[in-house]
Design a protein around this ligand. Structure first.
Ligand code: NI
Length: 403
């Protein structure tokens, strides 16, 4: 462990380096924002990342899980301990509506979830860490992954290709933009943080025909309606009140008319929770309920569940340590406690392999009108956040290596 004084000095050094490199990180972020690529197609992005890492003086490993890139920064006694830092690189199929000089030049694709921020921040942190590598012991592994937004998730593929092996990192840290948190703040939560997410696809198959003669038909619209209502009992009656669960259906297609009953009704939805055994049990219950209703009313049902990401749990000890480090880096008033968040994130896969901490970077600025949520065409950030995005991330890695 470093002495208090050395540690204070090093923190100051990191803060100054973050301040000095802010302009460069902004440029990197704008370049990435202008050239977004969809999940598992991050070819130019990954090439850009590898080139930047080489400029910093590192030897990146490319082509992991397709477009993934990793690199290791070695401090003193590099084999002593390793910490991993992770960023995701993919963008979303959204048409950007912002009128900014760095607007997406790839029509229909947009960094609307801040992965440009995560990637540029990690590159910034890499540059800072490489400049102070004589001042810390151990090594830092940088992980730039593809496909966070798309099942099966780039994280799961990176793990399969061994990014958490030889050596196994003692911990992994990831950050994500949060448009509800003001710029200059960050948020942490110990323990359970984000939900598992499974996609549900149901087809109710009846017998269509003239709406005036229901006695000759098997009405899939009515049966689908019963199924949607009945499935909510999985959340309201079968789920333990102590385990958060969400079941939402966002797509129902019954393509008939005022006087036409269709043959089929198609339903899509999502099931989210924070407990793996319950997740499996709930799936079985949902299939049983849907099949029972369909059969009882004379129809057939196809019930497909596409397995998504698991829940994300932040290691309590690691998170507490990093939260304290954030408090010392930016002041207690700027470090916020987060609530459970029922969205899903493929960083969850790492959290099931090694001690993990996923924290939030505030990017909101109401005065500047920067208030849009992620996954919207007007999402943007206050770029002042990039100084924290790079500096704090570097400092958290150093902190974890110190203990
Ligand atoms: Ni995201």
């Amino acid at each position: 462990m470093l002495s208090e004084n050395i540690s204070m000095e090093l923190k100051k050094k990191v803060q100054e380096l973050a301040k000095d490199s802010h302009g460069e990180i902004v440029n990197t972020r704008r370049h990435l924002h202008q050239h977004p690529e969809l999940s598992f197609e991050e070819y130019k992005t990954s090439q850009f990342v590898a080139e930047r890492l080489k400029e910093i003086g590192l030897s990146p490993q490319e082509g992991i899980a397709g477009t993934g890139v990793t690199a290791v920064i070695k401090g003193k006694n590099p084999d002593k301990k390793m910490v991993a830092l992770r960023a995701d690189m993919d963008a979303l199929p959204i048409v950007e509506a912002n009128d900014v000089p760095y607007k997406s030049q790839n029509q229909g694709v947009m960094h609307a979830c801040g992965h440009d921020v995560h990637t540029s921040s990690l590159l910034g942190a890499a540059s800072i860490l490489n400049k102070v590598k004589e001042d810390f012991e151990g090594s830092v592994k940088l992980i730039f992954q593809p496909g966070e937004e798309k099942i099966p998730g780039g994280a799961s593929l990176m793990i399969k290709e061994g990014v958490l092996q030889n050596p196994k990192p003692a911990g992994i840290i990831g950050q994500h933009v949060m448009p509800y948190l003001p710029v200059g703040t960050v948020g942490f939560r110990e323990g359970m943080y984000m939900a598992s997410a499974d996609e549900i696809y149901i087809t109710v198959k009846g017998k269509g025909g003239h709406a005036a003669m229901p006695e000759n038909l098997v009405d899939p619209v009515l049966i689908a309606s019963h199924i949607i209502v009945a499935l909510q009992q999985v959340v309201s009656r079968n789920a333990s009140p102590k385990i958060p669960s969400v079941l939402s259906f966002g797509k129902v297609i019954a393509n008939g008319a005022t006087n036409v009953i269709p043959n089929e009704v198609y339903i899509e939805g999502t099931f989210r929770t924070l407990n793996e055994p319950w997740r499996a049990e709930a799936k079985e219950k949902m299939v049983k309920i849907a099949k029972g209703i369909a059969e009882g009313m004379g129809a057939e049902v196809d019930f497909d569940i596409k397995h998504g990401y698991p829940f994300l749990a932040n290691d309590p000890e690691l998170t507490k340590k990093l939260k304290n480090a954030a408090i010392s880096y930016m002041g207690a008033e700027n470090v916020i406690d987060l609530d459970i968040w029922m969205a899903a994130e493929d960083f969850a896969f790492y959290s099931h392999e090694v001690d993990a901490c996923f924290y939030r970077l505030g990017v909101r600025n109401e005065e500047k009108g920067i208030i849009s949520g992620v996954h919207t065409p007007t999402f943007d950030i206050d770029e002042a956040a990039l100084e924290t995005g790079a500096g704090l991330l570097a400092w958290l890695a150093i902190t974890e290596l110190q203990h």
